[in-house]
Each structure stands twice: as structure tokens, then as C-alpha cells.
Design a protein around this ligand. Sequence first.
Ligand code: SF4
Ligand code: SF4
Length: 639
Amino acid sequence: MGVCKEQPGVRVALTGNESIARGALEAGVAYAASYPGSPTAEVLGTLAKVAGEFNLYVEWSVNEKVAMEGAAAASFTGLRSLVVMKADGLNVALDFASALALSGTRGGMVIVVGDDPSSHSSVREEDSRNLCKALHLPIWEPSSVQEAKDMTRAAFDLSEQLKLPVVVRCVTRVCHASGDVELGELTRPERRPVFGRDDRVITFSIQLHAQLEQKLSRAAAEASDSFFNGYSGPANARRLVIASGPSAMYALEALDMLGLAGGVGVLKLGTTWPLPETLLLNYLKNASEVVFAEEVEPFVEDNVMALAAGHWNELGSIKFYGKRSGHVAGPAGAGIGELDPDVLAGSLAKIFDVPWAGQTMLTSREAEELLGEKMPGRELALCAGCPHRASFWAIRTALELDGREGVVLGDIGCYTLGIVRTGYYLLQTMHCMGAGVGIAGGLGKLNRFGFNKPVITVVGDSTFYHAAVPALINARYNRANFMCVVLDNETTAMTGHQPHPGRQTTATGGPADTVYMEEIIRGLNIPYAISDPYDVDATINAVCDMLQLSGPRVLILRRTCALAAVKGKEKNRVYVDWDKCIGDDCGCGRFCSKVFACPANIWDAEHGKARIDEAVCNGCGVCATLCPQQAIVVERTVE
Ligand code: SF4
Ligand code: SF4
């Protein structure tokens, strides 16, 4: 495994996430914790694989706040610790993070935050830098896979020097990229946690705020000499691009594409907060035109313009171009979505008034058009055999049978696809993890105003532990009237099947003290039932029965994630009996492929019959129970 290689100086191929893990190992990390979230989920997964070899403590925590608290505890004892989360997770951890900035840390503590410009695997493209700035934490941004390692390693040193956590903010294009990484030396420091009776780590003093500001001033002074900031281009450049993260690479490429490489300077900032002020002023004093390249929001742009405003009498007049001015903008607009060399070339060509023939890369729409019919169309949908599809079908059918117009709420997970056509447009709200349960609690208290609709919220099993339990406690305490359906696929499916407190193993594969959700629900004195969503009729009945109850109640729909269930196992064979299939005359027309919408239910246009794509089908047999003609046959090879 590349991350474990001992030879410093050797180059190995690593992903950005592996590179971060390697950087932590080189820094001698002792404690690592995370809640899984894209784009950074593989950092902890990588460390979990080598935990034994490096004598690390590695855990998947119940949520990001708890992960950060545990990592802080290790730091308080002098150990080096790492906590990893996606941008949304930082929101969860924010309360503790703001206190931690004040109390400070002891052993080096690094917070890796994964931002997802263009929302490839997130519900929003949050730019965590503004939050980190508000927390008064230093922010470093790797522009490459190599820097992901080097920055993570060096961030531990800065944290220890400042006695403050340091944020490594990494975007999807770096986390998920693969690159050639030159390894540094692995360290295996002696671990001796110390927390004596006289040690105090507290936040209760205005002096701590003053100390925090002093720490940031020291970080700013260090930043101007940081190895992670760099300049390339002519001396005393009049035209300057200030870039951070992978946008620094895009800027170099874009200038090359425009034939401007020799005439425009690129100042790459790796330490984006606090700003390397001395370094910046040194380049700004010669510049007359400055362009900002960064993702997503104008963070560097705003802060550099504020710096320049404070030094206007030394700097004179500078024209600034970026997201604020609307000059640096992708197809979705300024400050929205990812940049790339084409987007930047287009923006720079307009700013510097040079000809630009147009983009070199195909947009996804153009790629789709080019591929035309060579690629089968694929609608956004849950996986073939996903138990959530069957659960959604059962909820939808039960509400139809009930006859009242129900409200169905949701949140973040694979089951978020309940908002699209293939999820029957079932879900009506989607905000953050566990939010559906809290919102259901609110709607469930509106009866006094005449709101008498049945309220159902769905929540995943990992999310149940992460964020739903306090909302259920609140619902019990305040007697809110709703049904919570736990879509229990026995894993954290969306991010790669990480375990959670309901599972039997820990992050490193060791035995866990499982926390059964039934025990929590029983402890709350909330009535509950369990059903298998693959048994669609029984599940419809269970939902109907629960709809008749009042107060908070829970229905657990339990069936292993379709992808996890078939790993290494033989599948049932499922096929359509064409003598029975009525195709276009079925239901709303081809019921199985059009309405039920499992991606393995496909349409054979030539023969006018339904077919099963055996390569995709996982053999769950749910479509067979729903076909009105009993035309779908399941040959059971497994029970
Ligand atoms: S059996 Fe039917 S519902 Fe299940 S995966 Fe195969 S095609 Fe989809
Ligand atoms: S639901 Fe049954 S009858 Fe209808 S198209 Fe599919 S296989 Fe044919």
C-alpha cells in the first residue's frame, strides 16, 4: 500500500485523500476520527487500514461534532490528532469548533474539511472558508495531490506552534484526483498522553479572545514565508492572477492556452487565511490589474481587496477582476460552480482583451450529444434492487390507500433520490442530516391550527444515530404527531459502506458494542414496528397500521443495501416471461420500467416487451411481486 511505503523520496501514485492520510502518518498522528462524507470519506478509510501497523486510534464517530471533540481530547493530552469532515459536517461541529479555537489545543490538531464545488456529491456547494475565518482558524488549501500530503504534514507543526487547530480545506478535484506523490519520512513517535490534575482547557475568559487574535497575527506573519505560497511569471508583473487551490493550476494552464504565460504573473496562495499580507503587498504594489481565481465564493478576493483598500495610498489604483465584478464566471454564473482551464481562459481573454478560440474541453451536455445513442440513457435513480425504492413504493401506496393527503419529509442520504421522478417525487423537504425528523416534529404540533395531514419522515440508519435521536426525544417529550420511517440498510451506503453505531464492527474491523436502534426507541417509550421492504405487501400494511396511530411512532424498514448484499454472493436470476408481459398496455404503460423505475427493468423496443438487464439486476424480486401480469419470474438461487 503506497501510503505505508517507508522509503522517503520515492514517488508513488496516491489519490488526494490517500495523500492526506500519508501526510498525517508522516506527521506522527495518533488519533483520527471522522463521520463519512464525500469528498473526504477515504481519508479515514485509508488510516483505518493501517491503524494496526502505525499504532493509531481510528474511529468512525457518530457525527462530526463528536469526532472533533474526541480528536481535541487527544490533542489536549499532547498527542497529534486529525479530524476529517465534509463542509456540511463542519456545520454540525461548529459549536464545539468555535469554543475549541478559544481554548486552544496542545498536540498538533488538523481539521480536514472537504468542499464540493459544483455539488458533485453534496446537496450544496458550501465554501467552508468563510466559516473557518469566522472561527478564527488558519486555512490552508492544497492545489495538488502532492500538496495535500505536504500541507497536512506541515499543518500539524503550525498547529503545535500556535496551539490552535489548523484547517486543510481540500476540494473534490484534489481529494479524488490521483497523482505522483514524493513521499517524506514516516514518523512513529512515542505516544504518551498527559493530562494532569492541574491542566485546564477552558473557554471562559475574554483574554482568550485576545490570545486567539495574537495567534492569528503570528500565523499571518508566518504565512508570507510559507513554502505553500509561490509566484511564477515576470518580475514586477503589471497583470497578476491571484489563485488558490486547484484554480492555481487552472490559471497557469489557461494563460498558456492564451499565449499569455510569459506576461502575466500567477501568485498561488496555499495559506488563504490569514492572508500572507507582506507577500501580497509585495506583488500588489507593481500590479495594475489583478484577477482572482478560486472556488467557490470570492473569499480570497474579498480579503485581498480589503487589504488593498487599507493600503491604497501605497498601492495606487488597481483594477480588480473576479466574482464580485462578474468577470470570472463559469456557465452557472460568478461564484457558482467549479472553475476549469477553459472557464478561466474565457474569463482572462475578456479581461485582457486577447483572442480566444473557445473551449477545449467538452461540457457534459456536449459529451452526451456526441455519444448520442452509443450510450444508453440513464436517469438519476436508486440502484437496482435498492430497498429504498421498495420502501418508497410502500409509503406511496399506503398513503393512497389511506386516502388522506400525507406529507413526506426527508434528508440527506441515498434516499434523497426520493425527491426525483424515479423516487416518485415522494419527499417534500430536504435540508441536512436528521432535519426531516425535526421538521416532522414541528408539523406534528400544528393540529391545533387545523393541520391534520398524516406526517411521515424518512431517515437513514446512519443518520438516525448522527442527528435524529435528539429530534425524536423532543417529539416524545412534546407529544408531536408523526411517523418516522427508518430506512435501515445496515450501513452508511452513500459514502462507501462505513459502519455506524448500529453495526457489529468498528472502523478498523474490530468488534463493536452495537447500539441497537430498537433499544433507543424503546428507551424513548415510542411505539415501533419492523418490516422488510422487499415484502412490499407486509410493508404497505405496516405503514397503513402506523398511520392509524397518533403521537410519535417509528417504523424500521430493514433490508441490507443492495450493493452490500450481493458482494461475493450468487444472485437470483430474474427474467420476463414474454408470453405474459403486456408491455405498453401495462399500468401507465410498461409499469415496471416506467413507473416502478428500477434501472434493471428495461424496455425492449424491438419486441415491445419488458426485459431485465441481468448485469444490473441484483435479484431482489420486488418487481416480480408488483407486475400485474405476474410476468416477471424469479429463479431463486439464494434464500
Ligand atoms: S429483481 Fe426487479 S426490482 Fe429487483 S433489481 Fe432486478 S429488476 Fe430491479
Ligand atoms: S410490469 Fe410486467 S407486464 Fe408490465 S411491462 Fe413490466 S413485465 Fe411487462
